[in-house]
Each structure stands twice: as C-alpha cells, then as structure tokens.
Design a protein around this ligand. Structure first.
Ligand SMILES: [Zn+2]
Ligand SMILES: [Zn+2]
Length: 666
C-alpha cells in the first residue's frame, strides 16, 4: 500500500449554491474517507476549490447585470461556508479565478504544446457583427431543427433535450443583442486525444479493480476512436491562452478546471509555509491520487484528465475514481441550473448537519441512483439515530450519573457476554476499515448501527437497573462494558458524524479519538463523566412539513371524499392583515397579525418569497380559525391562511367585495 494519499473532490461550479445531490455524490464520501484516513494517522490531504471559468458563468453574470468576478466571489463564499457548516473538511479550498491557477494552467498548456500534443484547426464559427465577437455556443439561440422550439441554445435544445451544434440552429441569433450572426473563419487549438489513445488504453487495462461500468464506458469510446478536442474558446473570461497568436482566446473550462486540483495543492503548500510540499504528492509515485466525483464526471476523470497528465508527463495518474450515481429528489435529478434542489445552506438553517450526514450516508447512491425524501429522513433520524444510537449512549451515561455519582464503575472478571460485546466492537472496527478502504461507505455506517443495536440489546438483557441492587458486580461489569463501547462508537462514528462524536467525547471528558486503540478499553475505573447532553433531538412533523413546502411538494394523497358534516367542521373567516414581517433567519416565512372581527391572531405562513410584508398589510384574506395552534420555528401560529398554489406560484385567496373581518366563509 502506498503511504501518501491525495484526495480531491470534484470542483463545484461557481454558478449556484451546493445542493444535497452534490453532497451525496462527491463531497460527503470524500470527507468520510478523508476523516477516516486521518484517524488512521496516514499522510493524507483533501483538496478542492470552485471552478469559476466558462460560459455558463459569463451568461449567468450578464443575465444578473453583474461582472463574472462578482458572481463567482459570491458563490465561492456561499459554497465554502456551506461545506464548513456541514463539517466537510478540506486542507485547501481554492478557486480557479486566481492568478496562481491561471499561471499553472498556462504552464501546463505550454508544456503539452511543446510536446506536440496540441494542434490548430481553422473552423467556421458564428460571429456577431454588432457585438464584434465570436460567439461561444451558449451565446447563440435559434430554432431547434428537431422540435421547432425557438429558444434552443447553440449546444442543446432544452425543450427536446437534443445536443446541437450552433450550425444546426434555424435562424440563429446572438443571445446578447439579438442580431443575426455570420459564419467566419477562426482558429482554435485542439488537444490530440487521438495520439494518446494507445497509452491510455494500456493504463486503463492496469485498473483491474475499477468498476465495470467505468471500464465499459471507456472501451466504448476507444472503439469509436478518440478525436482531437478543442481546448480554446473565444471569450473574455477565463485563463488566457498563453500564445501571441491566440489573442482574445481563453482555455476551454474543461481543460483548465482539473488543473485546479494541482493549483489548489500548490496554494495549500505555500499557505502552510512549505512551498515545495505539494511535489511530495503530485510528483511522487508513492502517492495514491483519489478523485471523488459524481457519475457525470466519470469519462472525464477516467480518460480526458489522465490523457492530459500523460501528455504533460510530470505528474502522477489517478489511482482511484470513486464515482457515485445520482441522488434523486422524488424521482427527478437535482439540478443547479434548473433550480430544482434542496440547498445545503438553507437546509442547515433548520437541520443539524449530522442528521443530514447520517440520512445521506445510509442512502449513498454507490451502486445505483437513490431517492431523497423528507419522510424517510424523519424516519431515519427518529427511529435509527435517536432511538438506537442516541438512546444507547444516553442511557449508559445517565446510568453512571444516577447510580454511580458520575464515576465509571470498575469491571472485574468479565463474563462471556461482556467479552463478546468488546470483541464485537473490535470486529466492527475491522469491518468498517475494510468497507471504507473499499469505498463502500454505506456498509460502513450500517456496521456501526449494527453495533449500537447489539449494545442496546446487551443493556436490556443484562438489566443493570435491577442488578444495581440484586447483583452489584454484574451491574458494574455491564456499565463498564457499555461505556467502553460508547467510547468506541464515538471514534467509529467520527468520519460520518463528526459533530456527534465530539459531543460524546465531551461527555466522556476525553479530548480525542484514537482509532487504533479501539477494542482496548481506555476509560479507567472512577473516571468522572462530563455533563450529559441529548445527542439527537427528534425531527418534528412540522419541520418536515416546512421542508416539503419549500420544495413545493404537495402531499400526494388522493383527496378523500368527505361528508358535508365533515366539511362544516372547518371554520373559515375573513381576516384583515394588520401587520406583517419576515421571520428572521427563515427565508420563506412571514409572521402576520390578523384581525378576525375584534380578535387578533398571530399567523406564520410560508409566503415570504411571494409577498413583501408591505404588500400584505391591509389585505383581506381567508383564514381557517379552528385548527390546533402550531409552532413553526418556535413561533406560535394560530390559524392557517388559504392560498392557491401551482408549481412555483402562490397567490392568496381574498374576497371579491368589501366585507367586515370576522365574516364567516361557507
Ligand atoms: Zn428541440
Ligand atoms: Zn450580438
């Protein structure tokens, strides 16, 4: 086994925040693996950063009337902050718009160019006479030749989904000014993937343990024969091509982005004051390079990027490319560009990171796509995390606090049942090592939960609450064994549930986990326990309801047929909104005081994205008045307003003519 490990996670594209699909695809797996290797005291670093170049960013920036730099600055901060809050640790989180990266990418280009792996080609490309520039594919719109949609982009028709070339479009126009572009000759630089095919094929053959789907994919490409691929574009944002004759051209983002792994490592080394240390990883054949990515990145990391590295010649090639399938949202793909997602920074406002880390870990899309759904999340947190893991830890420590004045009882002459548990702890450790090393992270967390389950059963069977009087020796053996398992669990869970692990350490009054000491009891007799803390609060129905509302997921229940009597139980009244304000730290919620005919009520509703507070004041709305009051984010809501919703729209129900507040609706 090579002794150094360089882990990278896919560079997130800086045109939007991070969503849960990306977390499950690359970032959480990368973090779990990294934290585990750290615990094993291996020489490991975890490198990442934002990918900030390319046409989608310039288009997004232009659309928002901002400069690309302002846009990427915003998302860099947003993404970095989301990762930190989620407990995803990188030794360096860089970005590809910095000078260091530009220089690194340009040097890379020159080296490959000098080795004759880059050629030029003259091609015809659309040019806008009004804007006086060549138009990259997404800067051209027109009519789709397949489906007739008149807003097809130069690279794809979103309506029918087909990939296009700009020349396919009927009546093309410049996206910026609307003028008709003309075809003009221009020069571009191409990377000779064709020349690299033989070496690439040989290299992939050595990857015996790679997943079959990856190898099959590559073989398909080899059979067709690799072709030279354009690495330059006409754009003003990005890494300038370092050649005099390539004025106004930048490197295509696919070429510069992965070089970001190297620049980020260089930045890390200089930040820690050892500027040459990066070479120990990138230039050292004793280093394992591991790229955590989502499946949409497989071909790139298994073929194109290694081809670039082979062409360059100085750097090591990837050892492993753990690629996950997709995490879907109720059967549809998460998508940043379509804004269909659960955004990490938003969800962390209401939900503890470890609860998400758990629900995602046990559901990682390692071999097939998996679904995320909020009911399942609630079930996993309440019935697995809280009832099994949290319960075992808390019952053990509370028992010590109650019955032994917070001091760990000694264990002498362990019996078979106790020894069995300690052996099972050691077995779990070995099992988890095997799974994590083999990138089967889901099985790792399941093994941990199996241990917690067994430990609970052991606690039940040995009945310390009875034996504290009937058989004191047995009771102290049980509790001592349990506290050693709690300690072991804290260590084993650190890669998956780092925040919870720290909480347990605090209760045990220990300052750090030691992976390799698992199985050797390290909590001495009479050790005093710290203050007890509940590990996991159960997730309330109300929280789940709010999260679903945010997504616009309506309950997919068939409307029951109800009788008139049932319907008449619902009391609805006209109410006038007297005041309204947004709820602090909750983007979607508005707090209102309404008047329902002399009676004032406070109502919390998820309408902040649709109505500004000042538009609401004075409106007459319809309110259901006989519901049990609910707490939303800790604030009481005493009534429910009626609104019509469809997709992403919401409008309030109001009255056709003036009538006094308090009037009954029937
Ligand atoms: Zn189409
Ligand atoms: Zn134009």
């Amino acid at each position: 086994m090579k002794n150094k490990i360089l882990i990278t996670s896919a560079l997130p594209y800086a045109n939007g925040p991070i969503h849960l699909g990306q977390i499950a695809g690359a970032y959480l797996p990368g973090d779990i693996y990294y934290r585990y290797q750290k615990l094993k005291k291996r020489d490991v670093i975890h490198i990442c950063g934002t990918d900030e170049n390319g046409v989608p960013i310039t288009i997004e920036a232009e659309g928002a009337g901002k400069s690309p730099q302002v846009l990427v600055d915003y998302y860099y901060d947003n993404i970095k902050d989301s990762f930190e809050r989620m407990g995803i640790v990188h030794d360096n989180f860089s970005r590809t718009s910095i000078q260091l990266h530009h220089k690194q990418a340009q040097d890379f280009f020159i080296k490959v160019y000098d080795k004759n792996y880059i050629v030029t080609k003259n091609i015809k490309q659309y040019y806008c006479p009004h804007c006086r520039r060549f138009l990259a594919d997404r800067y051209i719109e027109g009519t789709c030749p397949y489906c007739g949609c008149d807003e097809a982009r130069g690279d794809q028709c979103e309506s029918c989904g087909r990939w296009l070339d700009p020349e396919n479009l009927i009546s093309p126009r410049c996206k910026v000014c609307g003028d008709t572009p003309v075809l003009r000759e221009t020069k571009h630089w191409y990377f000779r993937l064709d020349l690299l095919q033989p070496e690439l094929e040989k290299w992939i053959e050595t990857k015996k343990h790679w997943k079959n789907n990856v190898k099959k994919f590559c073989r398909g490409w080899f059979n067709e024969g690799l072709k030279p691929r354009a690495i330059t574009r006409d754009l003003s944002w990005g890494v300038p091509v370092p050649l005099k004759e390539a004025k106004d051209k930048v490197l295509y983002v696919w070429f510069d982005a992965p070089i970001g792994y190297i620049s980020s490592t260089i930045e890390w080394a200089s930040k820690i004051g050892e500027p040459d240390l990066w070479k120990d990883y990138w230039l050292n054949p004793e280093t394992r390079l591991i790229h955590f990515i989502g499946k949409d990145n497989i071909v790139f990391h298994a073929m194109v990027w290694p081809a670039m590295l082979i062409a360059h010649g100085d750097y090591i090639l990837p050892s492993e490319i753990p690629a996950n399938e997709f995490l879907n949202l109720k059967g549809a793909k998460f998508s940043t560009s379509r804004r269909r997602a659960i955004w990490l920074h938003e969800v962390l406002d209401t939900i503890e990171p470890d609860l998400l880390r758990y629900a995602l870990s046990v559901n990682l899309p390692e071999n097939k796509d998996t679904d995320f759904d909020w009911d399942d999340f609630q079930n996993k947190v309440n019935n697995e995390l809280a009832n099994i893991l949290g319960n075992f830890v808390n019952r053990t420590i509370s028992f010590i606090s109650r019955s032994y004045s917070s001091k760990v009882p000694g264990a002498h002459d362990l019996k078979d049942e106790d020894k069995y548990m300690l052996e099972f702890l050691l077995k779990t450790k070995n099992n988890m090592e095997e799974k994590i090393e083999g990138f089967e992270l889901k099985k790792g967390i399941k093994a941990l939960m199996e241990l917690a389950k067994k430990a609970n059963r052991y606690f039940d069977k040995t009945k310390p609450w009875e034996n504290i009087k009937k058989n004191k020796d047995k009771c102290s053996r049980t509790i001592n064994t349990c506290i050693q398992i709690v300690d072991g669990l804290a260590t084993l869970m650190e890669p998956y549930l780092p925040f919870t692990s720290r909480k347990i350490l605090k209760m045990l009054d220990i300052n750090k986990n030691e992976w390799d000491s698992i199985g050797r009891p390290r909590i001495p007799e009479n050790k005093e326990m710290g203050k007890i803390e509940i590990l996991f609060k159960k997730v309330e129905n109300e929280t789940i309801k709010i999260e679903k509302e945010k997504l616009g997921i309506e309950e997919l229940k068939m409307a029951d047929i109800i009788s008139i009597e049932d319907f008449s139980k619902v009391e609805m009244k006209v109410a006038t909104i007297e005041s309204a304000e947004k709820v602090e730290n909750a983007q979607k919620l508005t707090k209102m005081i309404v008047d329902i005919g002399g009676e004032k009520r406070q109502i919390i509703a998820g309408i902040a994205e649709f109505y500004e507070p000042e538009e609401l004041v004075g409106k007459s709305i319809i309110v259901v008045t006989n519901l049990t009051p609910a707490k939303i984010r800790g604030i009481e809501s005493n009534g429910m307003l009626l609104a019509a919703t469809k997709g992403n729209d919401l409008v309030l129900l109001t009255i056709d003519k003036e009538i006094d507040p308090g009037a009954k609706v029937s």
